[in-house]
Structures are given as structure tokens and as C-alpha cells.
Design a protein around this ligand. Sequence first.
Ligand SMILES: Cc1ncc(COP(=O)(O)O)c(C=O)c1O
Length: 347
Amino acid sequence: MFAPQQYLTWLIPYYGRIRYDLATSSAASPDLARLLPLPALDDYNALNTLKETLAHHYALPTTDVQLTLGTSQALFITLAHLLKPGDRVLVEHPTYEPLWAVPQALGARVEFLQRGNDWDLTAKQLAPWTGQGVRALVLSDPHNPSGAVLTTAQILELARWCEAEGAWLVVDEVYQDFLSPQLTTHRHLHPRIIALSSLTKVYGLGALRCGWLFAPPEIVQGTEAVLRYLNGSNPPACAALGLAALAHREYFWQLSQTRARTNFQLVEQWLAQQPNLTWQAPKQGVFGFVRAERDLRPVLEQGCADHGVLAVPGVFFGEPHGFRLSWGADPEVVQTGLQLLSQVLAK
Ligand SMILES: Cc1ncc(COP(=O)(O)O)c(C=O)c1O
């Protein structure tokens, strides 16, 4: 049932070993010494406090909040609660592999909804599935790998279709906080939306595994039941560290924004000099999808072995002609990485 996933199986061995990292889709890790002195890691009250803090930041009732180990676990427990084997699930394509691999592993019948050339997704595309018993529609917004953002009107149309079908719109919003320092969540847009996120991407704090989902209370309770099978309790250490990090949230946010802005200019200049590459520049965030005329996986892997620079081959998102380019690292790393990438792609 749990077939190995291609992307994470490929990527994880590279963690901590890429000299010029143009592959990781998060802000670089900030200086965690800021979190010192360390909070009490065994204080179970941290779990409730984190729940209340998230509810406060995102203006939701605490009953809408479930704590998880990263967005990854939020996705898993949401779908494990919602789905039974044979259920029909629609997933955007191309996308981050777990969004379709998890429902598939849970025995669902996964079908794909193709994003357009400009990475759009509209409710009109859902027409063939109307009345077909779809249980969930799963997508990322902002989108991985393009960084594109759907309009509120588009999201609402999708959510209304889900409501009419008795389905749920599951939105992985792990990149959402890149959009604005004023926190918001898709959960506010429509009652049929379940939103998933964490401190991993925007704050560069993936090591803390501090994640959550926002859903109606009955769904939160259902996911809690699944969590008991996985962790027993949530770990208070992750919650305590997450709380300590949230106390510095604005600092981490500014840090990643400043870096992202500087690096984006480097990337735009670089792309302007690449005759065989095109892209639709994202309006925010630290990555975008660069289209090429061929599958660059072998070239990119060789580039990492020879020069220590890596971007993610598009094949891992289901789009072989291109790669996801990330610029969350320090500007010197991005600058040198881009120069090396030119050499790699010239081969
Ligand atoms: C769309 C998306 N969701 C989830 C994750 C994993 O997030 P987390 O570290 O919060 O589990 C990633 C990481 O690449 C991602 O791109």
C-alpha cells in the first residue's frame, strides 16, 4: 500500500549535502540560537498554548485547530480521516507528489486535474466529475512547483463545487505566509475548506516539525482519532519550540522576505540570459518552475555531483520538461549557484 515516493526518496539523501542549494523550497534556516534559552521540552501545556496561539494569529476558534508534525502529517491524517478505500479524489497536476501519493496509499481512486499553461485551475474543469461521488479535491495554493496563486474567486468556485458534491477542498497552504505579514488562511474563505500548513517553508523551521490543520470541529476530532494511532499524543517538544519560534515570527518573516527579494532579482537577471528557458515569474515566495525543452534530470544530477549545485528536476512534479528553481538560500549561495547552473545546463 505504501509504495515508495519518487520525489522524497530522491531528495532526502541530499539534505544538508548540497553546497549551492537551488532545490529546497523553503527559506534558509534562521539562526536558531535566537530561541535560546531553550523552552521546557516536556511541558504538555505547550500543546494547548500553541493551539491557542495559532487560533489567535489566524483568527479562528481553537476548535478548528489540530496540531500535527508538519504539513505532511496534516495531509495524512486529514485524508486518513476523510477517505475510505475506493473513494474518488481529485488532485491538481503537476504538483508536490504526496498530495496524490497519500490518497493513493490510502486506497483512494486518484484522478488528476490539469493546471493550465499559466498554472490556472478553474471550477469549469470539474464538470466531468459533477455527480461522480468525488470525496475530496486536493491542491496547493500557493502552488508547488510554480509558486502561482489562485484568486479568491477561483478558490470559492472550487469550494462551492465541493460543497454541492458533498466533497472537501483540502488546500495545502504551506507557502501562504509568504504572501503577507498579516496572517490569513484559506479556511476563512469557505466552510468546506480544510487548510494545512507549518513553520517549515516561510520561516525556514522544518526541523521543528511544527505543523497544523484548520478544519471544522468534527473534522478536527476525526483527525485526532487518526493521530492517536500515529503519535499517541503530539510531542510537547515540537510545540514548545514552535511557540518559541512564533514569538520571533516577524523577525523570521522579514529575514526570509529580504533574502527572497534580493535573490529574486538575481534569478530574473539570470533567466534573462538563458535563451532556452522560460517561466512565469511567481509574485512571491522562493521558487518557481522553469520550462525547458527536454528532461534535465540527468544533467541536473551530474551538475550536483560535479559542482555541488542542485535544482529539482520537473519529472518529480509530473512535468519532465523543466525544473523547479529555488532561491531561499543566502544571496552569495544563490549567485554562485546560478553561475554554476549555467555551466551545468550548457552541457
Ligand atoms: C506543498 C508542500 N506541502 C508540504 C510540504 C512539507 O511540509 P512540512 O515540512 O510542513 O511537512 C512541502 C515540502 O516541500 C510542500 O512543498
